[in-house]
Write a protein that binds this ligand. Structure first.
Ligand SMILES: Nc1nc2c(ncn2[C@@H]2O[C@H](COP(=O)(O)OP(=O)(O)O)[C@@H](O)[C@H]2O)c(=O)[nH]1
Ligand SMILES: [Mg+2]
Length: 237
């Protein structure tokens, strides 16, 4: 019967880095069910950040990036020997379980995530993450805009008004009404990154009777990311 398992040999291209992107399924209804604070629910962000840490520990990507309900993982060593079915199913289900484990609440429905695999060349990694970071910024402007408009108009009116506005219109409207997005926390504008950093450790070497410096890496959750650049991705490893 094994021959019926026709997708089981599908693999990502050999020697290619990959990005996996997970996205919460129907999280607009989950946000409603859980009464998430609008536009940003700090507890939700803390939970997603813990999920990213779990993913980092379990699957050893070199970088994890998150905002809203999406998570991107950059792998240089691809787990499961690159098997597509394994990657998509195990990583998406692990993400959902971790999300439930870290959330201190009763869910109305079991949360789930979709996942996709994107083979990527070194030259395109920066463009990919810039694209997601731009989306994070758009999301930040839009969600502040819609929250402001809903405080002044009905939901339908607010949705209609925002449809006719571009990002700078929304930014201006917010500014005129005392909301300066410059003052908003950095993670709301640029997302959150998880990667390894080195910690300097100075210990005393008894044999040689002198201090010795070594470095140990640890998983760092960066809530104050820079705008992504070549330099940022060179540092990862
Ligand atoms: N209230 C609230 N909702 C959030 C927050 N983060 C994400 N969401 C919700 O998650 C959705 C994510 O967008 P998208 O993936 O396009 O929608 P989905 O298809 O319903 O998952 C947003 O539209 C919000 O409804 C948050 O911090 N607060
Ligand atoms: Mg979603």
């Amino acid at each position: 019967m094994k021959e019926f398992e026709v997708y089981s040999s599908l693999r990502v291209p050999k020697n290619s880095k990959i990005i996996m992107r997970l996205d919460g399924r129907s999280f607009h209804s989950l946000a409603r069910d859980l009464n998430l604070v609008k536009p940003y629910d700090e507890n939700f962000y803390n939970v997603i950040c813990e999920v990213c840490r779990d993913l980092f520990e379990e699957f050893s990507p070199i970088f994890v990036y998150t905002f809203s309900d999406e998570i991107s993982l950059l792998f240089d060593k691809v787990p499961f020997d690159g098997r597509i079915e394994k990657l998509d199913s195990v990583i998406a289900s692990f993400t959902a379980s971790s999300f439930v484990m870290h959330y201190d609440t009763q869910f109305k429905k079991p949360p789930s995530f979709d996942s996709r695999i994107i083979p990527i060349s070194d030259g395109d990694i920066l463009s990919y993450f810039r694209w997601r970071q731009d989306e994070c910024w758009r999301n930040c402007v839009n969600s502040h805009g819609i929250s402001y408009l809903k405080s002044k108009y009905s939901n339908t009116e607010a949705n209609d008004i925002i449809k006719g506005m571009n990002l700078s219109d929304i930014n201006e409207l917010l500014f005129e009404n005392g909301i300066n997005l410059n003052d908003v926390e950095i993670y709301k504008k640029r997302g959150i990154g998880i990667y390894r950093k080195n910690k300097k450790i100075v210990g005393f070497n008894k044999k040689e009777n002198k201090n010795q410096t070594s470095y140990r890496s640890y998983i760092y959750k960066d809530w104050e990311l820079p705008i992504f650049s070549e330099k940022f991705f060179k540092k990862l490893r």
